[in-house]
Design a protein around this ligand. Structure first.
Ligand SMILES: [Cu+2]
Length: 148
């Protein structure tokens, strides 16, 4: 083998490693969609809903949500007709975490102003593994229901 062939072989090997590191990666691949906030009654409290799709082979967890518009945002699930604060919600591998009216939701406490219909509330979703996602949440009518 001459020197040039050896170099070419080394480059091919490197390229192969890079590709397999990228294609076979097991990181969660998250995408947030279908966000909305029904126009709240007061600025004390508001709820919001969205879906996080995971196109990766690894599960993740939604661990916190932050925003400039509220003092605190907590993650709630609904058990029966009572809601409960939780530390995280699972985002299953090759699946989706769905938040929706009567189920999982975000609870905004102490809003700086009362969101009105057609406003957009921006939040950052934080996950156990994946990078944070910026999510623009449109404010809808109080009785808005998404299409199923
Ligand atoms: Cu709640």
């Amino acid at each position: 083998m001459n020197r040039r062939t050896t170099l070419a072989a080394a480059l091919t090997l490197t390229a192969g490693l890079t590709l397999s590191g990228c294609g076979g990666d097991s990181a969660p691949k998250l995408e947030a969609t279908d966000a909305y906030m029904p126009q709240p009654v007061t600025q004390q409290m508001a709820g919001a809903y969205f879906t996080v799709k995971n196109n990766g082979d690894t599960a993740d967890k939604l661990t916190s949500v932050t925003s400039d518009v509220a003092k605190h945002i907590s993650i709630h699930k609904t058990v029966g007709n009572k809601m409960e604060q939780v530390d995280s919600l699972a985002v299953p591998a090759n699946g989706a975490l769905r938040l929706g009216s009567g189920g999982n939701h975000l609870m905004f406490m102490g809003l700086k102003h009362k969101p009105a219909k057609n406003d957009v509330v921006t939040v950052e979703l934080h996950f156990a593994t994946a990078d944070p996602i910026q999510l623009a949440i449109p404010v809808k009518a109080a009785d808005y229901q998404p299409k199923q």
